[in-house]
Write a protein that binds this ligand. Structure first.
Ligand code: CA
Ligand code: CA
Length: 210
């Protein structure tokens, strides 16, 4: 028995499952210092994203990742300051920091810290790094191997190591080799099954009304 309402429900489930695959979290207000950094450890998963990868390969389903949207045009914005994030990594793990959709709003700049130690300052990168999401080489990208286990920080700013202006938005993907995928697992399979079910039901419906 197929009804319009059950079709709508399936469609809604299918769409929500699809959206849940790579839903970013949003920047909190006031993460303007190392001490008030927004911790991303609870947001890692292995859901597919066409915007996440290393220099050459999509790693979204093999290396756990978290995505945060930094919208400095919103109330949580840090115009006049910078955005701080923290995450945990084990020793000798691949860590990838990838800014997407910064340009043409913001020429992004990253300061990367292992504990309190500044280990890298990052400006520009090839748009081919980190898969999709960058239309300009001014979007920062940085890949490194963690030296020790512990807490790492990334401070997002604008070139050259300067505070944000108003309305400077970006997405930051953090991928960490050994990070637990603590969020919902990849829902692509579920979405696919629901989608197949939907196609089947629509086919049935078409036959009935033919
Ligand atoms: Ca990317
Ligand atoms: Ca840059």
């Amino acid at each position: 028995m197929t009804s319009t309402s059950s079709l709508k429900l399936l469609l809604a489930l299918s769409l929500s499952a699809a959206v849940a695959q790579a839903a970013p979290i949003f920047k909190i207000a006031g993460n303007t210092s190392m001490a008030t950094a927004q911790n991303l450890d609870g947001a890692f998963d292995l859901s597919f994203s066409s915007d996440i990868g290393d220099y050459t390969t999509n790693t979204s389903t093999t290396i756990a990742h978290a995505t945060v949207t930094g919208a400095n045009g919103l109330a949580t914005g840090n115009a006049g300051a910078s955005d701080w994030y923290s995450f945990t990594a084990g020793a000798n793990k691949t860590v990838i920091l990838d800014i997407d959709y910064g340009m043409f709003d913001v020429d992004s700049w990253l300061n990367v810290y292992q504990g309190a130690s500044l280990i890298a300052q990052v400006d520009d990168a090839s748009t081919s790094y980190g898969q999709g999401g960058s239309v300009h080489g001014y979007d920062a990208y940085y890949q490194f191997t963690s030296s020790v286990a512990g807490l790492y920080y990334v401070q997002v700013l604008r070139y050259p190591n300067s505070p944000f202006g108003s309305g400077q938005d970006y997405q930051l993907h953090v991928s960490v080799g050994d990070h637990a995928a603590v969020s919902a697992p990849d829902s692509a399979t579920t979405a696919g099954l629901i989608g197949l079910g939907l196609v089947g039901m629509l086919a049935m419906r078409r036959r009935r009304t033919a």
